[in-house]
Ligand binder design. Sequence first.
Ligand SMILES: Nc1ncnc2c1ncn2[C@@H]1O[C@H](COP(=O)(O)OP(=O)(O)OP(=O)(O)O)[C@@H](O)[C@H]1O
Length: 707
Amino acid sequence: MPTIIMTKWPVKIDGSVKAKAMTFLQKLSADDTTAGLHLEPIAGAADSRVRTGRVDQFWRAVMFRLDGAGESHYVIHGVWPHDDAIAIAARVRLKVNPINGLPQIEQAEPAAHPAVPPPSRAKPLLGRLGRTRDDLVDRLGVPADIADLALAAPDEDAILDLAQQHDGWLGMLLVDLATPDSIDTIAERLQLAAPEPTGDEDADLLRSLKQPAAQAQFAFIDGQEELRRVIEKGDFGSWRVFLHPEQRRYAVRRYKGPFRLSGGAGTGKTVVLIHRARVLAREQQDARIVLTTFTTNLADALRDGLAQLDPTVPQASALNQPGVYVTGVDALAAAVIRAAGTGIADAVQAVLGDARSTPTGRTPNGRWREVIEASSSKLPTEIANETFLSAEYALVVLPNRVKNENEYRRIRRPSRGVALDRAKRDSVWALIAAYRAQCRIEGTLDFAEAAAVAAAHLAATGGQADHVLVDEGQDLSPTHWQMLRALVAEGEDDLFIAEDSHQRIYGNRTVLGRYGIKIVGRSQRLTLNYRTTAQNLRYAMAVLDGGDYVDLEEQAEATGYRSARSGPTPAVETVESLVSELDTIADRIRPWLDHGAAPETIAVLVHDKFQRERVVNALNERGVQARAVDRERPAEGRVLVMTMHRAKGMEFAKVVLADVGFQSAAEKARLDDLDDNERHDAELRARSLVYVAATRARDELVVVQRR
Ligand SMILES: Nc1ncnc2c1ncn2[C@@H]1O[C@H](COP(=O)(O)OP(=O)(O)OP(=O)(O)O)[C@@H](O)[C@H]1O
């Protein structure tokens, strides 16, 4: 049976043609001698391998036929109207790039490229970065005509425009060339290697199509189902098929222990996790794989993503079952506790010092505040506040299983800022004891307690997973890490953690090594942003400037991300009042809708739920149909309005960021109560929130800031 090798198609085709293309390719992959396919060579074509095929009366497919190992292979170049297809088929050529060994589709007459612009007085970007024509052409294998265009490009935006015209390895090389990375680093990142030609051109082409960097553009299709997915999803689904060589490496490689993958927003960390879950599930049918993240909404998205990638991957419906169990990290703790039944009593005893067997409820938000208000504590406000106490509890008390005043007096409190002398420790413990007593009466646990109890149970009774994959690692708390560590035995491919410390918007800094997760050098970073245009990325990175962010191994978080796409500069509008803010938001959205943007591809991101309701009402009053998004999945047909927290992990074509720089009186008072350490951390989180929100925009970003 012939093998189909799909490429990212240069033109988008609409639904009815897709269906016909699908039927055509299905028949081709079943039997290429079927008469109705009309596979024909083109007389005088630049490449004798080229064939056209009949999709219907009007449309033709253009492809290359390669013969290797006694089988025919068809590299599908695309589908065009009849006359265009014939003209394209006459000129295209598939060859192995002699410098980098990668497959290259080129036109016999390169007239399609714009002329090299006349040199401007300022030195072009690549020259400023010390790049030469030899670097591009002789070391990396950039075709000479494109190298000349790149070397004449005045700035990063011009290079990105050029990169956008070239899918696959060539586009990736051009994006990398606009960064300060060395030529060796760039070559290494794409894993370039040019093996000696064997003398059999078809075999050499097939070998080149299998190179890691080639797979960002060419995909060997495995069965009819995969064929259907690739065609139906077209461009938007390309993450499913065309991975960056680095992404592929992290998705498939085996690691001797925990591995950490960091990377800025939109660099494809989630994509890697989903692919890795599939690879593990396919290779080890009985394996119990847990794929987890911070919130239930994010877990829903992971579940959907995995089903989209491959509906045949079994998704387990309970912990400790073969398949991929996708769940939020707190739901995971609840699942461990539920499954343990009354057997959880020992773990509750180990963590809290009382042997409750059915801690079923969830401690309500605000409980710390009630405890403080009900007490006659003499502690200063920088200690007797909800932020400090809940952090002390989650970072010091629970992970160390502190059960009484004596133990608390002796415990080390690394990186906790405020020093506590003996009297203060005793007063803090009194509040903690009151908190625990109240929760005991009500039979509730808070999230950090539930994770600590689940961790203690798993540590005593044994792991319930073979591989654990974690997204949004920067937001997890110490007891989450203890639970995940205990969930899987130490060993090969035990934990795979994706994180971006710039996106920490919940909780406090944590250090993996303190909770038994030893990365020891197994850590890598993704740097190519797939989602956000270079202009939006610059805005988002500027929000973080000067902040001292550190990662889960206590290293300063790196920046230096690059984007593969270029677009308009974000519009920043400063307004004086709430009314003018609401007017501005509506005025910005209307033209997008008038130009045909689907309403659900537009999002307004705000600070809190009150503002969300205000914006929804104001937009509807101003004739823009809008809907608030809370926990549910967003629906179609209306502009979406949600909090910046809710937007985590999501993306939209166009985003309006509202309330930037605005602080309510209540928030200001809360920050004033904090000690310097906590306040500094709260400020980092606030910046991270704007960074998260700004990086949700794929194409256009409008920022509305209040004076
Ligand atoms: N190889 C790829 N080809 C095409 N698109 C990709 C690829 N990898 C990722 N993407 C797209 O880039 C976007 C961001 O990917 P993803 O959500 O995995 O990034 P992330 O690093 O997890 O982002 P965040 O940290 O902001 O949640 C998605 O739209 C995804 O489909």
